[in-house]
Every structure is written in C-alpha cells, then in structure tokens.
Design a protein around this ligand. Structure first.
Ligand code: SF4
Length: 92
C-alpha cells in the first residue's frame, strides 16, 4: 500500500475512537492565524502521530494552516498556486 494511503487509513482508524483537537477550529485552515498556539494544540491531540504521518506523506488536506503540528503553505503563497509544502512545526 502507498505510504500516503496507509497513513490516511491509519488516521481514519484512529478517528473512530478519538476526536481531533482541532475539530471546529477554523484557525487550523487559516492563511493568517499564528501557528504557534495551533502547534501546541496538535502536540496534545490524541491523533497527533497519525495526523503528522499523513501530513508528511501527502499533499491532501488544507493548503494553508497547521496539520499534525506542521505548518502548510503553497509554493506561491500570494496566489495559492503550486504544490503545498509542509514546514517543520516550531514544537514539532
Ligand atoms: S494533530 Fe493537529 S491537525 Fe491533526 S487532528 Fe490533531 S489537532 Fe488536528
């Protein structure tokens, strides 16, 4: 199984028993929200390891924001164009 597919399946399985700590929090997909507090939330999330593995293996998910304790940005932030990049989280 492809690494991204495996990571996504693992995350979905873990979500059966755990809610994401970011549930309903729009800052996680915001272009402008400061990432530091969000990265701290990720660090305490029960899905952290699975979510981080998915973020590192795939460009699926939000273009902007924080996923699995990692900051996401498109290659061209002014237009949102181009492949998404995953940047190291400050606490990640
Ligand atoms: S690790 Fe972060 S982005 Fe992933 S589900 Fe948890 S709170 Fe959300």
């Amino acid at each position: 199984m492809h690494r991204a597919t495996r990571a996504y399946a693992d995350l979905r399985e873990a979500m059966r028993d755990n809610l994401p700590s970011c549930l309903g929090d729009d800052r996680f997909t915001s272009e402008t929200a400061a990432p530091e507090p969000l990265i701290k939330i990720c660090a305490g999330c029960p899905l952290y390891s699975q979510c981080r593995a998915m973020a590192m293996s795939s460009n699926k998910g939000p273009i902007f924001g924080v996923l699995g304790g990692l900051v996401r940005r498109p290659d061209n932030p002014s237009t949102g164009a181009g492949p998404r990049r995953v940047l190291d989280g400050i606490y990640g």
